[in-house]
Write a protein that binds this ligand. Structure first.
Ligand code: B12
Ligand code: SF4
Length: 474
């Protein structure tokens, strides 16, 4: 029996990890579901390095079970660990694969630099590629693969999975205990106590970016937008709520409000549930209207994460977030709160053009959101979060850094987030000295603290592990 080990690689813990690892990794569960549908006799093991398995345990697992394929979902801040796992897997005779957004953005660099360590990079959707590798198809005929052949980088044809043909999301092979335990320890503040949090996706891709334009910090790799049908959405919901006992579901699609007709149909087709649930989504401020809020209430949406990014009009403009401004953001918050729907307002600090004045505007924007929530909900919003910009590979700011510093970044696959952030402030702000950089970062950090102090829960990203706490005392 073939055995594939799917790993969500542990990150470098110098960086602050996201706290909301309350659900098994959805991308790997989706791959497992597809493999099980196509190749029921293949053994699939999922190792989650962010919650369940340490590096040591992952290496021991590989030693004990000698999987045929070791396939990892990687991030910038987990890549060096991924290489350690891949090297170890090679000595155990496994085929090594990496996939996900980071791997897609740096596929050529990875295969060129990691010959003999990483055999294949899977770009974009991983379903067909992983099944192709498991069935030992000729690599040249497997879609979405990048690999080295006699020293030359080969890219096979690209293929977008038809979401309508995919099996429903099924978490039934997962052990929920570690995730439930993490959730019970977290300060995650929902309107009523929740005991199981699971993720689904109604669509892939961002409707707000063209092929060349995106929010400056965004490293998403996929192109175009694909939605599941409303009935598929409800099937996924029933699976996680009824079969897997979730009482909180988060849909990770980038803009649940993107297609009004789809939203309307989802509301119309809502089946009866025998128990209560809460549902979180991502939504775009300019698409929130009272009609939309009405549909969201029918569907059972309890909170909407909105990328507000900045409270400063000029910074928002430079961020490339089209069709939204400070006014649309406040109006969206007002409309949702009025309808009893909570929001998480998410900001990114240090965007191009940021200065002390724009930071003040962002703090004011956060205060206003908190005030509106008090007015309608009688309490602060569930979350206000201030992230520090991460120039993710593939993002417009990463491309800007690459252009300005080709000698340092061209062809590189191992990147330090700290250095990237440092170079970002060099290129976009002219902050040459370490002193200037540290001073600015401290100002950003203090602004983040002020925003977080308005609410009971914040799960910021992009900061170093101790930085955000330190800044309270410094
Ligand atoms: C939910 C989510 C999280 C969650 C949960 C992560 C988890 N355990 O699954 C949390 C909040 C914890 C999180 C954290 C982070 N995230 Co995140 N996250 C997302 C989000 C919103 C959805 C991911 C998802 O589930 N998609 C649905 C599934 C079905 O799709 P998928 O994951 O892309 O997987 C498919 C393909 O990519 C591919 N694939 C993926 N992995 C692999 C592996 C193999 C071997 C193969 C063959 C294929 C394959 O096949 C899958 C099926 O088609 C995306 C944005 C988005 N909407 O996609 C950002 C996103 C993936 N995150 C991102 C980042 C940067 C991070 C952080 C590094 C931020 C930080 N500094 O803390 C951390 C890393 C934490 C960690 N420990 O690794 C970036 C990645 C950018 C980049 N260029 O790499 C994204 C794209 C956001 C963005 N707009 O930039 N994240
Ligand atoms: S950050 Fe911007 S470009 Fe990226 S997925 Fe969200 S709206 Fe789209």
């Amino acid at each position: 029996m073939k055995h594939v080990c799917l790993i969500f690689t542990p990150i470098d813990h110098t960086y602050r990890d996201a706290a909301t690892h309350f659900s098994p990794p959805l991308g790997l569960v989706a791959l497992e579901n597809y493999i099980k549908q196509k190749l029921p006799n293949v053994k699939v093991s999922i190792l989650d390095g962010s919650v369940v398995h340490s590096m040591d345990e992952i290496l021991k697992f590989i030693d004990h079970h000698s999987p045929d394929i070791v396939a990892q979902s990687i991030q910038l801040i987990s890549y060096e660990n991924a290489l350690t796992i891949a090297k170890y897997s090679k000595t155990n005779g496994a085929i090594t694969v990496v996939g996900g957004h980071q791997a897609t953005q740096l596929a050529t660099e990875i295969v060129s630099r990691q010959e003999g360590i990483i055999d294949y990079v899977v770009v974009n959707d991983g379903e067909e590629a992983i099944v192709g590798l498991l069935t030992e198809k000729e690599p040249a005929h497997i879609p979405n693969l990048v690999f080295l052949n006699n020293g030359i980088v080969k890219k096979t044809k690209s293929h977008m999975v038809d979401l309508h043909l995919l099996p429903p999301i099924d978490y039934s092979n997962c052990d929920f205990a570690p995730y439930d335990s993490l959730l019970s320890q977290a300060q995650f503040d929902s309107s009523t106590k929740i005991s199981r949090y699971l993720r689904i996706y109604s669509h892939k891709g961002c409707s707000n970016r063209g092929n060349s334009s995106a929010c400056v910090f965004c490293g998403r790799a996929d192109r175009g937008v694909r939605f599941k049908t409303p009935s598929q959405f409800w099937l996924d919901m029933e699976n996680v709520i009824t079969n897997c006992n979730a009482d909180y579901v988060f849909d990770v699609g980038d803009d649940f409000l993107c297609i009004p007709k789809w939203l309307e149909q989802v509301a119309l087709q809502k089946p009866k549930f025998s128990k209560q649930y809460q549902l979180g989504i991502f939504g775009r401020a300019n698409r929130v209207t009272s009609e939309v809020a009405g549909y969201l209430k029918i569907i059972g949406v309890t909170d909407v994460v909105i990328g507000f990014e900045s409270g400063d009009e000029r910074v928002l403009e430079l961020c490339g977030k089209k069709n939204t401004n400070v006014r649309t953001n406040a109006e969206a918050a007002c409309c949702l709160f009025q309808n009893g729907i909570d929001i998480c307002a998410s900001y990114v600090l240090g965007l191009p053009g940021e200065n002390e004045e724009s930071l003040m505007a962002t703090i004011d924007s956060a205060k206003e959101i908190a005030k509106i929530a008090e007015r309608y909900l009688g309490r602060p919003p569930r979350e206000l979060v201030a992230n520090l910009i991460e120039p993710s590979p593939g993002s417009p700011v990463y491309k800007g850094i690459l252009k300005s510093m080709p000698e340092k970044y061209s062809g590189k696959d191992i990147l330090s987030l700290e250095e990237l952030q440092r170079d970002y402030y060099r290129v976009y702000f002219g902050l040459e000295t370490l002193h200037e950089y540290k001073r600015f970062r401290k100002i950003l950090c203090a602004a983040a603290q002020e925003i977080h102090s308005l609410v009971g829960y914040a799960d910021p990203q992009g900061w170093k592990n101790d930085e955000i706490v330190e800044s309270i005392f410094n």
